[in-house]
Design a protein around this ligand. Structure first.
Ligand code: DGL
Length: 266
């Protein structure tokens, strides 16, 4: 598939995935991105697996209606809980996110992973950590931080970052939640340690998925024309990001405030 005709959907519980959107837009500057953040029901990290699975399925349905070629679960919690189930349910490739333990473990031994309770308790994270037996990796579940960041960015409600962070002296910190990436510099300064997040790795993976679809372009075009889409194809190189859902304007505003303005129209 040509990068310029690629339509990519990103999903998160709220604004956290905007950090991933930024990395993906840099990796695939000519693709069109659709972003759905379920702000009304964020945070997901303290919800049940059943709730998270149902909400993610609803979000991906919305993205699917926009004829996307691939989706990114720009949410570690959603990936940990239901990436496999979503791959079975939807016909397009789904790129998941996992805490960037691998790049941190290649360089450091004492690693602190900060994550939502749902991600921290997941089998998936346990398996990932098990791949680095020579490292001393501790996982800390932060029940309130993603919600506090969501409220800060969408409603301007202040919070104390230090009150959410556990005392520790790690050599490196891994951010296991896309919301935390907005505060990567502050978290790094707090621990005096380098910080890893999964945004760039996910963007690279997405780029290779889109590249692999190249050979399937014909199939993809047929699929698109067979769907009754709610908009007209322009055939022009598509650019920018389209924010979807009832809270689209909030997500767009947070994106613009954080990463600067850009071309947001088709
Ligand atoms: N930003 C998401 C993550 O990466 C979800 C955080 C939440 O909603 O609790 O885990």
């Amino acid at each position: 598939m040509e990068e310029k005709s690629a339509r990519i959907g990103l999903f998160d519980s709220g604004v956290g995935g905007l950090t991933v959107l930024h990395a993906c837009r840099r990796a695939l500057p000519q693709a069109t991105f659709f972003y759905y953040g379920d702000n009304a029901r964020a945070p997901y990290g303290t919800r049940t697996e059943e709730e998270v699975t149902a909400f993610v399925a609803e979000g991906l349905e919305v993205l699917a209606r926009h004829g996307i070629d691939a989706a990114v679960l720009a949410c570690n919690t959603a990936t940990a809980v239901c990436a496999e189930a979503m791959r079975k349910k939807f016909g397009f490739p789904i790129v998941g996110m996992e805490p960037a333990v691998k790049p941190a473990a290649e360089k450091f031994r004492d690693i602190l992973v900060l994550a939502t309770p749902r991600t921290a308790a997941s089998v998936r994270l346990g398996e990932l950590i098990g791949r680095f037996p020579r490292c001393n990796i501790s996982v800390c579940a932060l029940p309130g931080l993603a919600g506090a960041i969501e409220k800060f960015l969408t409603q301007g409600e202040g919070f104390s970052l230090a009150e959410h962070l556990p005392p520790a002296k790690p050599e490196a910190v891994v951010l296991g939640c896309t919301h935390y990436a907005f505060f990567r510099h502050e978290i790094g300064a707090y621990y005096g340690a380098p910080v890893y997040d999964g945004g760039e790795g996910t963007a690279r993976w997405l780029k290779s998925v889109i590249g692999a679809l190249r050979g399937e372009a014909e199939w993809s075009e047929t699929t698109k024309t067979n769907k009754s889409l709610p908009f007209k194809w322009s055939g022009e190189p598509a650019k920018g990001a389209v924010f979807l859902g009832k809270w689209a304007q909030i997500n767009e505003k947070v994106y613009k405030q954080t990463f600067g303005t850009g071309d947001f129209s088709l």
